[in-house]
Design a protein around this ligand. Sequence first.
Ligand code: C6P
Length: 404
Amino acid sequence: MRDIRSDFPVLSRKVNGKDLIYLDSGATSQKPLQVIEAVAHFYREANANVHRGLYSLSVEATELYEDARRAVAGLIGADPQEVIFTRGTTESLNLLAYSLGEARVGRGDEILATVMEHHANLVPWQELARRKGARLIAAGITPEGELDLDDLKRKLSPRTKIVAVTHVSNVLGTVNPIPEIAELAHRVGAVLVVDAAQSVPHMPVRVGELGCDFLAFSGHKMLGPTGIGVLWGRRELLEEMPPFLTGGEMIREVWIDRATWNDLPYKFEAGTPPIAQAVGLKAAVDYLRELGLEEICRHEGGLVARALEGLLSRDYVEIYGPRDPSKRSGLIAFNLKGIHPHDVATLLDEEGIAIRAGHHCAQPLHRELGISASCRVSFYLYNTEDEVDAFLMALDRVWGVLGR
Ligand code: C6P
């Protein structure tokens, strides 16, 4: 991959007097100049509201916003009309829990998730189950930290209306077999919702190949701005669903006591959308596609294999998730035996190394693993082998201070 580090201004800054080593892209990615400049250019040259004005500036802004939708659709192999802009994965999943839940779930029905879900793909379904008198259940994981497909099969039944699964776990790094899960879900007449927050930024994802019905992801984890996310859904399902948020833009006609709904995707985009963020997201998508998601995936695979080997060779480290790097994506959660992860993160920060520590919004998974928190390193296209080595050496120093 070409040298891209100079595209990311923040990577050349110092933190605590040390060169920044950013290993928390799973939380949010850094932004290249191409994205920063696209957003600045929009505000400087083309700022107007979309789909409203009959003047040139608004037409231009609308074209930029719709270009972004086409870019995202192209990235995931979808029809632009099926691409809805939201504020992020969390909002996309809440939209589904309200709207799809309203259309599809009733008393006694079941929603099947997994214990490795991020809270964003659990709590909205819990609330839906509570509102509707339905039940949320979860498939477990194997001792290796993979999804227990047999358990998932056992828990599927004609009562299952929605299956909600993450594509890649934000803690275990496990890549779940979505096409197989799609087939299983469809066999019992359920729809499959895939949380792709940790996959779309890192690997080629095509909705046709996954076979799912809905896909949710966030712009800020894929080089784009915060405040924008995506919900892709199959047209016939989106058509049958009632709107989530209501107000301007999502209507066709309004009377005092009622209204009719706009066409897709606008039915699900009430109010002024995140326009500048969409422009930034398009620049991010262009950037990722120019480098190639396959190439990015290969690069991260190399970093993960190196980090995994280094962590596994240290007997003071316990890692979570598959030990085989080919079964995981670009992140690793771990603990130093007997040491609280917050202490590890704090000492690494003193060396300019940014990692995440905590429950990573996956408390049920941590409970299942028998721990309350973990450290996590997550890599992206701009990370290097030297950074992996520097992290491993810093970890030895942390153990020297806190361990034994
Ligand atoms: N995970 C992490 O550090 P939002 O916050 O809406 O952009 O994304 C939520 C979300 C949903 N699903 C998965 C699998 C995720 O990883 C995340 C975000 C971050 O792991 C912040 S907790």
